[in-house]
Design a protein around this ligand. Structure first.
Ligand code: HGA
Length: 616
């Protein structure tokens, strides 16, 4: 979602800020802007659309300065427009701010400010902050104290960066519910909502904690914690960060990320297993030093997530119930947080999120921590995210930075992590013989090879997708553990190709959706080699009898037995049951990708969507 970049230097920082914004484009946004302190004044430029539009506008009307802030906005309050784009400025132009998040009590604050005669130029919640700052600014007090005074009036979640014309070599950054990192240079410093944006200028970062305020100057950064005490920021060096901002030989980030899956799945499971003589064993401690003791007590697992991560949780339910014999419920984060959910005895609360900053998931975790759960666990792709910091236990997937808004490698690495969790739970509860553990891990180790084989069918899947471009609707079908895979397939298709797609457990067809089936309704089914194959076959016959056009992805081992004259039948490698959800996801990702490319949509930044959904 929104992105923040700020810089304090002795050189013109416009280029640094614009490059930073470009690197945040993957998060999804609708407008962009920049403000710089120049000759004792703040100059600003804002445009609707891509960062390149801002770059072009700045070529026509250049601004410059050695201290400044920039922003990509994903509108929550007020339409995408130049007036609503950030930075927002005080009426006399002495202060500029950029903001990620939502100010929940903005309407009330706005009303008070209007009564005082202050006029607003945007519909955003953000603008109240800058007017509150200007209204209460005390020139005798320091920069940080003036900001602090206003923070106490704000309710909601925010990451903020403030510049003031009277402090030409400083900026103030605040983290309260939305991440902020400080980047350190030599004689210059930076802030951002994401390290990726600052990699061209530094690899040394500190992460602000919840409630921290930092005064960022040319040579030093001073931070204060929630209680106002000065706090020491730990500087981390990100040596091995591969620059995810490059697409390499691929046309889109999404395509690159789909093809990275064999490697990242392998990285994820290798981090969670060890070879023990002839046996492979799961490393339960990978979830936390005391994970084994905690897992041995678990009587119920509650998985809470949103979107694609929610689908990963739905797959995990099948695995945990089957192999560990522990009951599981899977909940959508934005729902459970507003419900009085009964907590079964000795429940493990598991949150899943690619970014670890997903607002609803984080809020659900925070609530859970106040309730009577046995423990909390985060499965996440970002080690220093809020979710990981706040959960008792964690497992970091090794997907690497995911740039495409539509999640691909994050999903399959989450599934990999869930297999390791399943085995860790079963093992801690003495439900798993050494032989079974070794056998299941051996199967998991086959996943990268099988994924690679499906990826080698890319051209054929592209051909299969060609006549799909004209479609307006699609139904995805799966049974059992493949139902969430079908849901994920439908989500991918709608996200990036804007084709309306729904998924159903195949057995549900005759309870309603069969009424939709006719020549214009393509049906996409996943048919792995499992005990539900025959049932699925009957469901597909029902579709065929009504003229529905079938696209079936079928396991090689059973393709001969499947008595379906599908117009488009696509055979993939024989896949062991345990890893079938991982492997069957791949053709659906490739299929959606190619449909979207042919439709000419913005694959990496689909309309209206954002990566890392940091607002509720
Ligand atoms: N509420 C602000 C910022 C929105 C945001 O953080 N989106 O990710 C606005 O609408 O401008």
């Amino acid at each position: 979602m929104c992105g923040i970049v700020g810089a304090v230097a002795k050189r013109d920082v416009l280029g640094i800020l614009l490059e930073g914004l470009k690197r945040l484009e993957y998060r999804g946004y609708d407008s962009a802007g920049v403000a710089l302190i120049h000759d004792g004044k703040i100059e600003r430029s804002r445009t609707v659309g891509k960062v390149n539009t801002l770059v072009e506008a700045l070529k026509k009307a250049p601004i410059s300065g050695s201290t400044g802030v920039a922003h990509t906005r994903w509108a929550t309050h007020g339409e995408p427009s130049v007036k609503n784009a950030h930075p927002h400025m005080s009426t006399v132009g002495d202060i500029a701010i950029v903001h990620n998040g939502i100010i929940e009590n903005f309407a009330e604050l706005k009303e008070k400010l209007i009564k005082k005669g202050i006029s607003f130029s945007s519909q955003t919640d953000t603008e109240v902050i800058v007017h509150l700052l200007a209204d209460s600014w005390d020139h005798k007090a320091g920069f940080v104290d003036n900001v602090k005074k206003v923070l106490s009036k704000l309710k909601g979640a925010y990451g903020l960066c403030v510049i003031h014309k009277d402090y030409p070599d400083q900026m103030v950054a605040v983290r309260s519910g939305s991440p902020i990192v400080i980047g350190y240079g030599i004689g210059e410093n930076f802030i951002s909502s994401d390290t990726l944006s600052l990699l061209p200028v530094t690899n040394r970062f500190s992460y602000l904690d919840e409630g921290d305020i930092a005064l960022v100057g040319l040579d030093n950064v001073v931070a204060y914690d929630q209680s106002g005490q000065e706090t020491t920021l730990v500087i981390e060096e990100l040596d091995s960060v591969k620059d995810a901002a490059s697409k390499g030989r691929f046309k889109h980030y999404m395509q690159k990320e789909i093809f990275e899956q064999p490697e990242v799945i392998e990285n994820t499971f290798s981090s969670g297993i060890f070879e023990d003589g002839d046996h492979r064993s799961v490393l339960v401690e990978r979830f936390g030093a005391n994970a084994k003791a905690l897992f041995s007590e678990v009587e119920h697992v509650r998985i809470v997530a949103c979107g694609t991560s929610y689908h990963a949780g739905m797959v995990a339910k099948f695995w945990i119930e089957k192999y560990a014999g522990i009951s599981v419920d899977v909940e959508i984060a934005s729902e459970i947080r507003y419900r009085e959910a009964v907590i079964p005895k000795k429940s493990l609360f598991v949150t899943v999120s690619q970014s670890g900053e997903t607002a609803d998931t984080l809020a659900a975790l925070r609530q859970a921590k106040k309730k009577r759960y046995l423990s909390t666990l985060a499965i996440c792709n970002v080690a220093n995210s809020s979710l990981v910091r706040e959960a008792d236990l964690s497992f970091i997937t090794e997907a690497g930075i995911e740039m495409g808004v539509a999640s691909t490698k994050a999903f399959t690495t989450q599934l990999t992590a869930f297999i390791l969790l399943t085995l860790s739970l079963a093992k801690s509860q003495n439900q798993l013989t050494k032989e079974k553990e070794s056998e299941l891990l051996k199967t998991l180790q086959e996943a990268p090879k099988l994924v690679k084989k499906v990826l080698s069918l890319d051209k054929e899947i592209e051909r299969l997708s060609m006549d799909f471009v004209e479609k307006h609707h699609a139904l995805f079908l799966g049974r059992g553990v493949q139902y969430p895979v079908a849901l994920e397939g439908a989500l991918k298709l709608k996200e990036i190709s804007y084709i309306h797609a729904e998924a159903y457990p195949a057995g549900e067809l005759k309870h309603g959706p069969l009424a939709l089936v006719d020549r214009d309704m393509p049906i996409i089914a996943v048919a792995p080699n499992d005990m539900l194959l025959e049932k699925l076959e009957s469901n597909l016959q029902e579709v065929q009898a009504r003229g529905g056009e079938l696209y079936v992805f079928v396991d090689h081992a059973v393709s001969e037995n499947l008595n379906i004259a599908a117009k488009h039948s696509f055979v993939i490698e024989a896949v062991p049951e345990l890893i079938a959800p991982i492997v069957f996801t791949i053709p659906l990702q490739l299929f959606s990708y190619h449909v979207a490319v042919q439709k000419g949509t913005d694959v990496d930044q689909p309309r209206n969507l954002a990566k890392s959904v940091t607002v509720e």
